[in-house]
Design a protein around this ligand. Structure first.
Ligand code: SAH
Ligand code: SF4
Length: 360
């Protein structure tokens, strides 16, 4: 029988480390090595006694995710392909000077990270769910995406969006644990207001998130302004319908005292009519929510198309005329949501071929 897998040291919080390393100031030294000096082994933690280093080595592992490939250049969106310890592949996207989305000024470097391998929710426009769900990422695998990108580029990241592969709120415990490490002064130290979680609308978890104290931002993938349209493209709407979702959004807004963002992909003939825009405007106004319109990006194997530029602008016009704060993302590499939503454009098979190519 194989031994149980060791816990990764980067999935623990400072207070948990205090229970492990005695006297308790040792825990402070450990997190300093992990997140400030950023070493890759216990052996490098030279101010810890030998016995403690041995104890840590015996009980914990020191996971690192390997960047297999980087696509893009310094001035554009860069995609990082990572291999996890079990050979699963995930991607993160670094957006250099990001558009002023999700409350971030435009000179910030934003990273879009994944929370699962694949996705179980099967939205009809999205590449991430095409092959179904494989597994949740652990907290250390979430945190390591940020640290690996910072290490590979030598640049600090100051804005995080959970819009990569997977449904973050379906991996709630690991997500929250990772956000706490990302946010903590002893950890990566990124302010909670610079962290945005995007969800397809898991109502109980939105409520749970509302009740915990971190002031993180919430983006909700709406994509349909009534139940008919939404259920057609997002199966999750059959479990949590629009009115339940909007109630949960209202709860979040009132608990956190902050506005949420609605993401709305524009798909030709599906959700792009003026009537849909009027219904969307009504929902957004009621919650004082912002709206990000994202022209649908073609996904291989899926039939949908993008509305004409003219239709996109008219849709935007209806929202604005109704007094809604709305933006229309253009088709550019720096489009956060589109870049992130395309993580599964290359299928697993495609990725595997790319890896073989780059290593061979
Ligand atoms: N599961 C979460 C987070 C990941 S998807 C969620 O659904 O919110 C995040 C975003 O990716 C979606 O809201 C959408 O804005 C974008 N996206 C997915 N597929 C896309 C496509 N084909 N074209 C443009 N954007 C897409
Ligand atoms: Fe999953 Fe989000 Fe893609 Fe839907 S849009 S399949 S929830 S990753």
């Amino acid at each position: 029988m194989s031994a149980p897998a060791k816990i990764d040291i980067k999935s623990l919080h400072l207070d948990e480390l205090r229970g492990i390393a005695q006297p308790s100031y040792r825990a402070g030294q450990i997190v300093d090595w992990l997140y400030k000096k950023r070493v890759h082994s216990f052996a490098e933690m030279t101010d810890l006694p030998q016995a403690l280093r041995q104890q840590l080595t015996a009980n914990f592992c020191f996971g690192k995710i390997d960047a297999l490939r980087v696509l893009g250049s310094k001035d554009t969106t860069r995609k990082f392909l990572f291999r996890l310890s079990d050979n699963n592949l995930i991607e993160s996207v670094l957006i250099p000077a990001s558009p002023a989305l999700y409350g971030s000024p435009s000179d910030r470097r934003t990273i879009c990270i994944s929370t699962q391998v694949g996705c179980a929710y099967g939205c009809k426009f999205c590449a991430s769910g095409l092959d179904g769900w494989k597994r949740n990422l652990r907290a250390d695998e979430i945190v390591n995406q940020i640290m690996a990108v910072e290490e590979a580029t030598g640049e600090r990241i100051d804005n995080i969006v959970f819009m990569g592969m997977g449904e973050p709120l379906a991996n709630y415990d690991n997500l929250l644990r990772a956000i706490q490490i990302i946010n903590a002064p002893w950890g990566i130290g990124i302010g909670a207001r610079r962290v945005t979680v995007s969800t397809s609308g898991l109502v109980p978890q939105i409520r749970q998130l509302s009740d915990q104290p971190l002031q993180i931002r919430l983006a909700v993938s709406l994509h349909g302004a009534n139940d008919d349209v939404r259920s057609r493209i997002m199966p999750v709407n059959r479990k949590y319908n629009l009115s339940a979702l909007l109630d949960a959004c209202r709860y979040f807004t009132s608990r956190k005292k902050q506005r949420i963002t609605f993401e709305y992909i524009l798909i030709a003939q599906v959700n792009d009519s003026d009537e849909q825009a009027r219904q969307l405007a009504k929902h957004a106004r009621a919650l004082q929510a912002k709206v990000n319109l994202i022209p649908y990006n073609k996904v291989e194997g899926l039939d949908w198309t993008q509305p004409s530029q003219d239709r996109q602008k008219k849709f935007l016009g209806v929202l604005r005329a109704a007094g809604v704060r709305a933006t229309l993302r253009r088709e550019k590499g720096d489009d956060i949501a589109a870049a992130c939503g395309q993580l599964r454009l290359q299928t697993e098979r495609g990725l595997a071929a790319a890896v073989l190519e780059s290593s061979g």
